[in-house]
Design a protein around this ligand. Sequence first.
Ligand code: IPD
Ligand code: CA
Ligand code: CA
Length: 270
Amino acid sequence: MPSHSGIFTVIERAARKAAPRLRRDFNEVQHLQVSRKGPADFVSMADKRAEETLVDELRRARPDWSILAEEGGEIAGDPNKPRFIIDPLDGTSNFLHGIPHFAISIAVEEPMANGKREITTALVYQPLTDESFWAEKGKGAWLQDARLRVSSRRDLADALIATGIPFLGHGNFTQWSRIFGAVAPEVAGIRRLGSAALDLAWVAAGRFDGFWESDLQPWDVAAGMLLVKEAGGFVTDFRGGDRTMERNEFLAANDVLHSKLHKLIAGALR
Ligand code: IPD
Ligand code: CA
Ligand code: CA
């Protein structure tokens, strides 16, 4: 295993600091009698508390870096320095319903010499299982100290594919249904587990063979995309290009399945 960079140590420490409270809050939500304000408010408090802990820890370690966080938005820092991109709780609906599948996602985005910005460090941390999916650019993707590789399956017929299904107020139902109609009959199964960050981490780990979703935010995918790439996979938009964020389309898989899925999706959207 390569040695961790200083910055990875910072983000992992922050995630581990926020995790115990999230675990306690999750247990509480499972046993929650309907309180005066209801579980949804309780969960949004848990979300905010986790974000506060993360922001405090990250700001203390790197006071002049910007932070883009789901709840608090952009906290401006030195524009020439890196930026943290954080989702304190990815899988909120699961959390709210007592379903044990959610994660903290933290990425570091650095300014490059060419003026672009790139994700260079990623952590998707699952507080209930203590699984730490992490990657640093050029150092591979890891689960704890085990190297991750995307799956080596080549046949759609063997592939288990994750997706995110549009829901009330989110996403494009027609587009999703078309893609689903093209992909589902060809593959071994489709899953909607409710955390895009973990979906991508699980593609990196070879648990899922592929993933597609649209209408996601940078904090949902910043860490997961680096995990997939460092595990030897591809993440593109639905046209196979690299404008994932601009087009808000994400297709991830190993090289062979990526090109097969891409063909199905292109056909469905024609
Ligand atoms: C959500 C999850 C989900 C995806 C949604 C996201 P949240 O994030 O990643 O899988 O389908 O679009 O908003 O709200 O649980 O942080
Ligand atoms: Ca999210
Ligand atoms: Ca969230």
